[in-house]
Design a binder for this molecule. Structure first.
Ligand SMILES: [Zn+2]
Ligand SMILES: [Zn+2]
Length: 201
């Protein structure tokens, strides 16, 4: 007699979806798995890793959207800069994904680093003290981690190089420059438009 097939768990299904490259489906399955078995370590780890990946993807999207908006508006970077609602929303979604990671793994240091960086990048004035509070707590929890004091030094004071706008001065945050009539990638920021002195992570 053939034994009855064991039905795959939601965790198995999530792993299979990841292997297929179906990232959104994997996220949905791992959320179900985590809701069903919140105390299962493997489920929690996969939940944390996938939601961190989602947050990283969204923070990169927010950076690109801000850079594109800057290019379209042709504003000078010294001017008071306000994000488009769509850019703010992408930052908020990235922060929400980070909160998801921290809900299941409150001490996840990469998630805490990324949260500090996102808060700072979204709005320096309100984000700087929030980011520094997270980083100082991390420095206590992870005294041997060199990235933490490095990040603190980068953001603790307003940056003189870029007037604390966070935008790369030579290309004014656009990531590319006109040179001899040609549009070229800015070599100072590797085309990312972020100030090399204070841009974090
Ligand atoms: Zn700077
Ligand atoms: Zn640049």
């Amino acid at each position: 007699m053939v034994p009855p097939a064991v039905s795959p768990t939601k965790l198995d299904e999530a792993k299979a979806a990841l292997e297929r490259g179906a990232f959104d489906e994997a996220l949905r399955l791992i959320e179900v798995a985590n809701a069903e078995t919140p105390d299962d370590t493997e489920t929690r780890e996969l939940y944390a890793v996938t939601h961190l990946a989602k947050a990283i993807r969204l923070s990169e999207e927010a950076r690109k959207a801000r850079q594109a908006a800057l290019g379209q508006r042709k504003i000078e970077y010294e001017e008071e800069f306000q994000d488009d609602p769509q850019v703010s929303q992408t930052f908020d979604e990235a922060l929400a994904a980070i909160e998801d990671v921290l809900r299941v793994e409150p001490t996840h240091w990469k998630a805490r680093m990324l949260k500090a960086s996102l808060l700072f990048r979204r709005d320096r004035e309100s984000g700087r003290p929030q980011a520094l509070a997270i980083l100082h707590a991390l420095a206590v929890a992870e005294p041997t981690n060199k990235q933490v004091p490095f990040a603190i030094r980068k953001i603790e004071r307003p940056c003189e190089r870029c007037g604390d706008t966070g935008f790369c001065p030579p290309c004014k945050g656009r990531g590319h420059r006109q040179f001899l009539g040609l549009d070229r990638k800015c070599e100072r920021c590797y085309g990312r438009g972020i100030c090399p002195a204070c841009g974090v992570l």
